[in-house]
Design a protein around this ligand. Structure first.
Ligand code: INI
Length: 164
């Protein structure tokens, strides 16, 4: 029997954080949590890149560019889509999630969905370093775990669609 299990070993990994400015009060806290998560798990500060985008809708394009550059082992998307603030919550959240998933499937590089989707600002703040932890930290840990797992798995036989 063979078992593959990614560990939270960040040593030697290069990680890009893509952060949305929309709802910046929340997203800067997610970014701080994600940075702390990377450093805590051994990622070198010099190996962390941060890119800002206007809103969650723009996260997938930039994540795709970074993931396909060959310069990163994982990309972590950070954003906050808050229902109370917009009539087009479902479009922004849905397209963001679909685009993030597509970016990782098209490149074979882990692209993590560290995007809060909540009804209120308070719920978002709870998950951005408040009483429900920091989902940015968790997203960073997921990126490290996935990058480590992919290091262990057999290489794809052909083409980027087969997973890098
Ligand atoms: N972007 C967010 O990241 N969160 C939101 O809650 C949000 N709302 O409420 O509209 C939001 N809208 C902007 C969107 O992501 C794009 O930046 C904009 O539509 C331009 O393409």
């Amino acid at each position: 029997m063979t078992t593959f299990s990614g560990q939270r070993r960040g040593e030697g990994l290069r990680v890009a954080l893509v952060c949305s400015r929309f709802n910046e009060l929340v997203t800067e806290r997610l970014l701080n949590g994600a940075s702390e998560g990377l450093l805590r798990h051994g990622v070198d500060e010099a190996s962390i890149t941060i890119a800002w985008v206007p809103g969650a809708f723009e996260l997938p394009l930039v994540a795709l560019r970074l993931a396909s550059s060959g310069e990163y082992d994982a990309v972590v998307c950070l954003g906050a889509v808050i229902r109370g603030a917009t009539a087009h919550f479902d479009y922004v959240a849905g397209e963001c999630a679909a685009g993030v998933q597509r970016a990782q499937m098209d490149t074979g590089i882990p692209v993590v969905f560290g995007v809060l989707t909540t009804d209120t600002v308070d719920q978002a703040l709870d998950r951005a370093g408040g009483k429900s932890g920091n989902k940015g930290f968790d997203a960073a840990a997921a990126g490290i775990e996935m990058a480590d797992l992919l290091r262990q798995l057999p290489k794809p036989a052909a083409g980027p669609r087969a997973g890098g």
